[in-house]
Design a protein around this ligand. Structure first.
Ligand code: PRT
Ligand code: ZN
Length: 298
């Protein structure tokens, strides 16, 4: 049993591919931390929210035990836990995708070998660190293959004669190429996600969780957002709307004493560039201004 706490806890990878981006996201969501001496814990200085620094594989279990309420973890780790858990077990769940740590869990086979498509895997051995995800995929596709569980260096298993194919995370594809392997199918598209534990939350704790989730969503959606402001002839509005990489419909305001003109405010994504501004000028827009968006709350 875990003693009741009044502070929310978020588990984050201590070191590795997701560590820095996870803490940076929490920082952009407005959290400031002080590190403990053992570097396993970050104490939230401005909100009652602390961070546990752990191995990524431990995050789903910590959520289920209630040692933390939220965690930032790869979807691959979360889904492997969910699929590997016994039937009826309480499960952590994905709350939001976070847009970093992108990769895919793919099946790959040796170059120049006999495996060209997934149908050729029948009766063969597949090495992976994701036995539950691979087992589930095999069952869904009606393929009977043996899953060989390895906890590292999966990509060398075919050369060592331990397996005929592998299933591993791929981002650039360089590791597969260096090991003379090629992808034959993707079984999961992954990225870092915010995951929540299964325990029902009520009252203040539930409010804290919702508030942090809303802030994280806001920090994510303001990434790369630009506010474009201009004045333009009313007749140019449709052409302006077509031209811009807008996230939502623009706000259009009338101008005092200028019935043929409007002021336009449009929330755009980072793709907004000089070329857009020059094209807008050609449509008769003037007083163009682009502002970086620092914070957004839906
Ligand atoms: O110590 P701890 O257990 O916390 O960390 P870890 O070593 O288990 O994980 P880490 O830091 O390597 O990865 C954390 C998470 O990052 C993963 O669970 C994925 O969600 C995500 N991620 C994104 C990746 C990759 N991209 C990735 N490319 N995780 C691993 N890789 C490996 C892959 O396994 C392969 O060996 O990188 C190699 C392939 O990369 P490419 O670019 O050559 O294709
Ligand atoms: Zn790990």
């Amino acid at each position: 049993m875990i003693a009741p706490r009044d502070r929310l806890r978020v588990a984050v990878q201590k070191s590795g591919r997701l560590a820095e981006a996870s803490l940076s996201l929490l920082g952009r969501a407005g959290l400031a931390f002080r590190a403990s001496r053992d570097r396993l814990f970050l104490y939230g200085e401005n909100l009652p929210i602390d961070v546990l620094l752990v191995r990524d594989d431990d995050i789903p279990g910590l959520l289920v035990e209630g040692s933390c309420e939220l965690g930032i973890v790869g979807r691959n780790v979360l889904e492997e836990y969910r699929l590997g858990a016994p039937a009826g077990a309480a499960l952590p769940a994905e709350r939001q995708a976070l847009g970093f740590g992108g990769c895919r869990l793919s099946l790959a086979a040796p170059d120049g070998g006999a495996i060209a498509s997934i149908g050729d895997l029948d009766g063969l051995r597949i090495a992976t660190s994701y036995p539950a995800l691979v087992g589930d995929w095999l069952a869904r596709n009606g393929i009977r293959a043996d899953v060989v569980v390895l906890n590292g260096s999966v990509e060398i298993a075919p050369r060592l004669g331990k397996a005929d194919a592998i299933c591993d995370l791929v981002s650039s594809g360089a590791t597969l190429a260096a090991n003379q392997l090629h992808e034959i199918d993707t079984i999961l598209r992954s990225e870092a996600v915010l995951a929540a534990g299964p325990l029902p939350q009520t009252g203040l704790r539930a409010e804290q969780i919702e508030r942090l989730c809303a802030r994280i969503e806001g920090a994510r959606s303001s990434d790369g957002a630009r506010l474009l402001m201009m004045q333009a002839p009313r007749t140019a509005l449709a052409a302006i709307t077509r031209l811009l990489p807008m996230r939502e419909s623009p706000s259009v305001l009338s101008l005092d004493g200028l019935p043929d003109d409007i002021a336009v405010q449009a929330l755009c994504n980072g793709a907004l560039d000089w070329q857009h501004l020059e094209d807008l000028k050609r449509l008769g827009a003037r007083g163009l201004m682009v502002l970086n968006v620092e914070r957004m709350l839906a």
